[in-house]
Design a binder for this molecule. Structure first.
Ligand SMILES: [Zn+2]
Length: 395
């Protein structure tokens, strides 16, 4: 067993920060966590003490929206379309390792060409390649010629959608991803245009539920957000509230329904946003500040892999959320315990608590004071194994 102590430990439970905290790691699992002086002597005996001193321990980070099959540079979609499955598989493993090195110990992949997400998830789970614990969808369901049709998830009509859900469930996906609107990164319908009827979306949610799965809905336009909520999706991705004149106009009634329906929203703030902010392009801000103010359950996710959002830049997305006015405590929750709730892995990871997987990071400084401290990453434990650490911890 290894016993890690640090001057501060953020457990991931709401606002809880322990002064001189300690966490005892037994293989892959957290055995004990709390104020260091409370560790029972019987547990202390036989464990190796690793004193991290002025660092802050916190749960490993969670990216709730990634695309491992995209490389994060301009033109990522075109390169994905041109690549073979073998090339994409190799790229996905590389990107998974990149996420982990950035402190992301859990990620949800929301769309790769058919079958690849499950393969990569299982290879990492088996310990054959480094990467975060993955929750994966299959190819996103979309109409013929719809947003991201080239990933292979095209379906026309209710019956085809039900069949696709059953096929993906049988292939071992963790959830279903559906494109309810168009998107800006591919040709086809515009971001604000809805792609499926309400009956079609309801069929997707119903068939997924039959297989014990939930649905993540890609929805930029207000019409698509409304239809997603009515259909009973589990999470809304992007949730941009963009309308036909390309303006962002959050709808108060829909926001109330997101809150009352306890629907998690992943606004996908990434380095693409912070880069625009740094260039002074602030004429049209995302809906995130309004969503936060009204009490929507926000989870952090970067759409990593899409143009301008490389996998190693996860923390930039959190800094973007800070620039939009979210306080550090809220950002950390959205990146740890609440994200674990949204991904339905809260009994596995997302907090520093006994019985959970030992997914833990340590950073210089205090991220509850300034989220930028997360850039100063000093230790990453994934399932108890140090994948990034000072030499004196590894040995
Ligand atoms: Zn996406």
């Amino acid at each position: 067993m290894k016993y890690y102590t640090a001057d501060r430990m953020i457990t991931g439970d709401r606002g809880r920060c322990i002064r001189y905290g300690g966490v005892l790691v037994d293989g892959e699992v957290i055995r004990w966590a709390g104020p260091g002086h409370e560790l029972p002597a019987r547990l202390r005996r036989g464990s190796k003490h690793i004193a991290l001193g002025p660092l802050t321990l916190l749960p490993g980070l969670i990216d709730s929206h990634v695309h491992l099959a995209l490389d994060g540079a301009t033109g990522a979609m075109d390169r994905m379309r041109a690549a073979s499955d073998d090339e994409l598989y190799a790229l996905m493993l590389r990107n998974a390792a990149e996420l982990l090195a950035a402190g992301v110990t859990t990620a949800r992949d929301l769309g790769a060409p058919a079958g690849l997400g499950v393969r990569v998830r299982d290879v990492i789970r088996a310990g054959l390649a480094p990467g975060p614990g993955l929750v994966v969808s299959g190819a996103p369901l979309t109409p013929p010629d719809g947003h991201c049709w080239f990933m292979g998830g095209t379906c026309a009509g209710e019956e085809a959608l039900r069949l696709a859900v059953r096929d993906q469930a049988a292939a071992g996906v963790d959830l279903i991803k559906v494109m309810t609107t168009g998107g800006s990164l591919t040709s086809g319908p515009a971001s604000w245009e809805r792609q499926f009827s309400e009956a079609e979306l309801a069929a997707v949610v119903d068939e997924a539920a039959r297989a014990g799965l939930v649905v993540a809905a890609h929805a930029h336009g207000t019409d698509g957000i409304a239809a997603s909520i009515r259909a009973g999706v589990h999470t809304v991705e992007h949730c941009s509230f963009v309308n036909a004149t390309a303006s962002i106009v959050p709808d108060p009634e829909l926001i109330r329904r997101l809150v009352s329906g306890r629907i998690h929203v992943c606004p996908t703030i990434s380095r693409r946003f912070t880069d625009r902010w740094d260039r002074g392009e602030r004429h049209q801000l995302p809906a995130l500040p309004v969503l936060y103010r009204e009490g929507v359950r926000i989870v952090a996710g970067t759409d990593a892999g899409t143009d301008g959002a490389p996998h190693h830049a996860y923390v930039d997305g959190l800094l973007g959320m800070a620039r939009l006015g979210l306080p550090p405590e809220e950002i950390l929750r959205s990146a740890t315990s609440r994200a674990a709730d949204a991904l339905r892995v809260d009994t596995v990871t997302g907090r520093i608590a006994p019985g959970l997987r030992a997914d833990i990071i340590a950073v210089e400084g205090d991220p509850l004071h300034d989220v930028a401290a997360l850039r100063e990453l000093r230790l990453v434990l994934a399932k108890g194994v140090a994948v990034r650490s000072p030499r004196w911890v590894l040995k």
